[in-house]
Design a protein around this ligand. Structure first.
Ligand code: GDP
Length: 296
């Protein structure tokens, strides 16, 4: 189920509850059943749905509610709060500091949208007045250098990479040194991806991390992988110091809910979502705003 349908289903379940004459245990059970079914169809992990249901039940104790209290309003508020919790790990996201070099390293599997997202992020900060720079440390995939060079040129962002140097650690280190000397405030390192979470990829990521000492490591993940997001995010998080997450391809027919909730469950704050193939298609992620929009 795509996200807009998920929002419609939850909104209509809430509307049904709102219009019933008497709000009792049965009304709430029915409401939670419908919300649970909708979340499940949107790929949200069953364990998270069960936990959410428990939390809602614990907050709405009908027999203990004061007389005259607007039950419908309370139920709606509690559902809303718990939906937010589902996509918000409650951990503050890292933020760059003005006037100093902030090194950001991107990691993720091949095809997740790393190279597209590094340019999007650099462009996001450039528009806000930060001096930004991009480094291609993906020496594994043929074409990565050209792709990032072209994107950087299009976005008018300084770029460093090498078509001859095959050592990603050397390229990353050299690029970071150059841009630090030039006074760049946001220095973004794109690293290589592989099709699988193999040992070689993780070893390379660790070496690059040690060499450039990033202030933040951003893990990029494709939203369409749904529930598998939890294991993938956990694997990356345990290898390098992942500080935040960008979930890509939230446009089109993405289910999204599965990835957003699974990643939040790993306690990795989602900072942006990718909403298209073009450079400006990057939205700041805010759990409350996201859920409000979802419910219309
Ligand atoms: P990488 O291997 O992780 O560096 O992945 P790329 O950045 O090369 O992206 C893989 C494909 O996904 C490309 O065709 C991108 O245009 C596409 N892509 C990346 N982010 C998004 C997004 O947010 N929405 C859509 N629709 N496509 C995206």
């Amino acid at each position: 189920m795509v996200l807009s349908e998920l929002g419609n289903k939850i909104s209509s379940a809430l509307a049904v509850m709102n219009n019933t004459t008497i709000v009792n245990e049965e009304t709430i059970n029915q409401l939670l059943k419908e919300i649970g079914n909708a979340l499940s169809l949107a790929d949200v992990q069953m364990s998270l749905i069960i936990q959410m249901r428990k939390n809602i039940m614990a907050k709405i104790k009908l027999d203990q509610l004061a007389a005259g209290l607007n039950k419908r309003k309370l139920i709606k508020r509690v559902v809303y709060e718990e939906l937010i919790k589902l996509v918000d790990p409650g951990v503050p996201a890292w933020k760059p500091t003005k006037g100093k070099p902030n090194v950001i390293m991107f990691v993720g599997l091949q095809g997740a949208g790393k190279t597209t997202s590094v340019t999007k992020l650099a462009y996001f900060y450039k528009r806000k007045g930060w001096s930004t720079a991009l480094i291609c440390a993906d020496t594994f995939r043929a074409g990565a250098f050209i792709q990032l060079q072209q994107n950087a040129t299009k976005a008018k962002i300084p770029f460093y990479g090498s078509e001859d140097e095959k050592d990603p650690v050397a390229v990353a280190k050299k690029g970071v040194d150059i841009f630090k000397k030039e006074g760049a405030e946001i220095i973004i390192v794109d690293t290589s991806g592989r099709h699988k979470q193999d040992a070689e990829l993780f070893a390379e990521m660790k070496q690059v991390e040690q060499a450039v000492k990033p202030d933040n490591v951003i893990f990029v993940m494709d939203s369409s992988i749904g529930q598998a997001a939890y294991d993938q995010a956990t694997a990356f998080k345990s290898s390098v110091g992942v500080g935040s997450v960008i979930i890509t391809k939230m446009d089109g027919h993405s289910k999204g809910g599965g990835a957003l909730s699974a990643v939040a469950a790993t306690k990795c704050p989602i900072i942006f979502i990718g909403t298209g193939e073009h450079i400006p298609d990057l939205d700041l992620f805010n759990a409350e705003g996201f859920i409000s929009k979802l419910l219309g």
